[in-house]
Design a protein around this ligand. Structure first.
Ligand code: SF4
Ligand code: MSK
Length: 661
């Protein structure tokens, strides 16, 4: 029998083989054993009341089956999708709320370990919120920004503040279809009400609600989180680091930060560099303290500090299987409960830190932003104390790859013209000229139901070959990083001729790492800036841009897909469709949404088809915009991009975080 490839990541595959030899179970084994229920998987199962669960399996092709209450399969699958969008929006937005309260506590002097790091970004956001900032103390501005954004979560009427960052035409479409969100809390509550038994039965209406709640996430929750994180911890600018399991060191204390909320992780970055802490590690026989990241907390500290990443979602168990992790500290989201039992098989301490996210069998150290440094020190000491318990067993892997990360909206703007001419003009011009065919957001999770990370790798390689610039986030970035794709050399070796020229001129990789999954909001502001710059579409819809989540698994991915689709970006998800049971729902999410918003949400299990659909969307958008037909190696005239040395000459004074935009 042919060997089943469980991960396309060679280092991950070696660890999986080691786990099989040692009879230690991972998500890859469970994914093989636990086949999805075909009724639930296609969206045809309803369990929202106790007359059910109702499984809408047709007795024959003519017969329309309904639930006990009479709900059709279209109602049920739309309702299920809406509930996924609600949960995803809640997760991102609750994370954002914690960030807003941390900013408030820092501004009021209550969280003494934190302070505003990027004053320029604070002023930029204050300007958007119509908050006076000139001549005022930084903390006063920060407090007003925090309070105004906190208000947005519970806004009962009107519009959330950041909606106005979208192009006018995009907003008009939202107005026409009644999906401009109020506060995300209200939209979540209303959507849960609508999906309660016996309320909203109209699939189209339910799906509009999915768009509305997701817009509250994208332009509210997630965007708030991204902006506040930049304000507090610095707006990312390119940093060099490393990715994969080889980041762990045999002779140092290995501590991993995992999850999504970066404030504790930020403090841990600080604490592991304290001389007393390093001395303490040495007193326990280690040469030092090695901090690594996992999933999106990794992306946050990679983007801002160059902390290496062990990879994305499906790498979390495998990190423990190396036997080298002395402690793994987790905050919220995408944390496998299996880590508790697995870590007991090694010496690893699993430390939960949020009252919202506990796991039986884990050690709990409650995080509190008012005592951040003290708690971070306790965690780091716990890891150090555990170093001596390290056993020699484990699948030690030395593979690691260089990565360049840190492409914020602001840096992308800066890299195209420097401090004084920062703009999106060169990118638009390169697209107009056909040097860049289009832009793809390659995002979303990695998933053990595929040879994990393989779809990300396949699409990344094929798209850049076709001169498509990729912006990546979340575990999509991790999949690319652990494959060695996040380097400028990737452009030289694999990119098509036009994209290669652009990357060479600016000195960037063809895949730009934008951050965590919450930072998909950066895609919204980037495409809005492209629309504002002119020469392409005057709204987000109609841009030669597509979103892909080839290995998605999380409800957050559904919320992201919905807010991108509502904003005008066609999105293609990999794997089987969770609304497959209803042709009507599928039709609404693809054709009807495209007609109304110029965005859509497809589910397509065949990777080759994902690729051809993506290129087709891009080429059709180019045609509609009357841009020259894309032909590899043939470009029209465009402005000359400034190369790195010219730009450096021009702005020797520009400093990361304070001077890049
Ligand atoms: Fe069944 Fe209707 Fe209850 Fe859903 S709401 S479980 S379809 S009876
Ligand atoms: S961590 S939501 S597996 S991207 Fe953001 Fe990765 Fe998906 Fe979680």
């Amino acid at each position: 029998m042919d060997k089943v490839i469980k991960s396309a990541n060679e280092a991950a595959e070696k660890i999986i083989e080691w786990s099989e030899e040692h009879k230690i179970e991972t998500c890859f084994d469970r994914a093989q054993r636990m086949k999805p229920c075909p009724i639930g998987a296609s969206g045809a199962c309803c369990k929202i009341c106790h007359m059910g669960p109702c499984r809408l399996v047709r007795a024959s092709s003519e017969e329309e089956t309904t639930g006990v209450c009479g709900a059709t399969v279209s109602t049920i699958s739309a309702r299920n999708l809406l509930r996924m969008a609600v949960a995803g929006s809640a997760a991102h937005s609750d994370h954002a709320r914690d960030m807003a309260f941390t900013l408030l506590a820092a501004a009021e002097g209550e969280a003494k370990d934190f302070a505003v790091k990027d004053v320029r970004k604070l002023y930029r956001v204050a300007g958007i919120l119509n908050i006076e900032f000139e001549g005022r103390p930084v903390n006063d501005v920060a407090r007003d920004v925090a309070l105004k954004l906190i208000e947005d979560f519970g806004r009962q009427k009107g519009e959330i503040n950041f909606i106005k960052r979208a192009p006018k035409k995009t907003i008009e479409r939202w107005k026409k279809w009644g999906i401009i969100p109020r506060g995300v809390d209200r939209e979540i509550a209303e959507a849960m009400h609508r999906t309660h038994m016996g309320v909203d039965h109209d699939p189209d209406n339910l799906l509009l609600s999915a768009l509305k709640v997701s817009l509250a996430d994208g332009w509210g929750g997630s965007m708030i989180s991204t902006d506040i994180t930049d304000i507090l911890f610095g707006t990312p600018a390119p940093v060099r680091s490393e990715a994969s399991f080889g980041i762990f060191k045999e002779d140092e204390v290995n501590l991993v930060v995992h999850g999504h909320e970066p404030s504790l992780a930020e403090m841990i970055v600080d604490v592991v560099n304290e001389p007393e802490m390093i001395e303490y590690a040495k007193s326990k026989g280690a040469k030092g303290i090695n901090l690594g990241g996992m999933c999106c907390t990794a992306n946050e500290v990679l983007m801002r500090h160059g902390i290496p990443t062990a990879g994305g979602f499906t790498n979390q168990e495998l990190a423990i299987l190396t036997g080298l992790v002395d402690a793994i500290t987790v905050d919220v989201q995408c944390i496998m409960p299996s880590l508790a039992e697995l870590s007991k098989k090694f010496h690893t301490k699993l430390i939960t830190t949020s009252y919202k996210a506990k796991t039986p069998g884990a050690m709990h150290i409650q995080y509190d932003e008012h005592r951040a440094r003290e708690i971070a020190r306790e965690i780091v000491r716990t890891a150090i104390d555990n170093f001596q318990n390290r056993k020699t067993e484990g699948s030690h892997i030395s593979d690691k790859f260089p990565v360049i990360a840190g492409f914020s909206h602001e840096y992308i703007e800066y890299m195209q013209g420097g401090r004084w001419r920062a703009s999106f003009r060169p990118l638009n011009d390169a697209i107009i000229a056909g040097r860049i065919r289009g832009v793809v957001g390659l995002a979303g999770c990695d998933n053990p139901r595929f040879p994990s990370q393989g779809l990300h790798r396949f699409l990344a390689t094929e798209l850049i070959k076709s001169d498509v610039l990729i912006v990546s986030t979340g575990c999509g970035s991790a999949a690319c990083g652990t494959a060695g794709y996040l380097t400028p050399e990737m452009a030289l070796e694999h990119a098509g001729p036009g994209l290669r020229e652009v990357c060479e001129a600016i000195g960037i990789p063809p895949i730009l790492h934008l951050g965590a999954c919450v930072d998909n909001s950066r895609i919204l502001t980037i495409v809005s800036a492209m629309a504002e710059e002119g020469g392409l579409s005057d709204e987000i819809g109609g841009m030669p841009a597509v979103g892909i989540a080839p290995e998605w698994m999380s409800e957050k991915a559904i919320a992201i897909g919905c807010y991108l689709a509502a904003s005008g970006v066609p999105v293609i998800f990999g794997g089987d469709s969770p609304v497959e049971a209803s042709q009507e729902v599928t039709h609404i999410m693809t054709e009807v949404w495209f007609e109304r918003f110029r965005g859509a949400m497809h589910f397509e299990p065949d990777p080759e088809k994902i690729l051809s659909m993506t290129l087709d969307y891009i080429d059709r958008a180019r045609e509609a915009l009357k841009l020259r037909k894309y032909e590899p190696g043939k470009f029209g005239a465009e402005r000359v991009l400034m190369d790195m040395s010219t730009r450096r000459e021009l702005e020797k004074a520009a400093k990361p975080h304070l001077g890049i935009y």
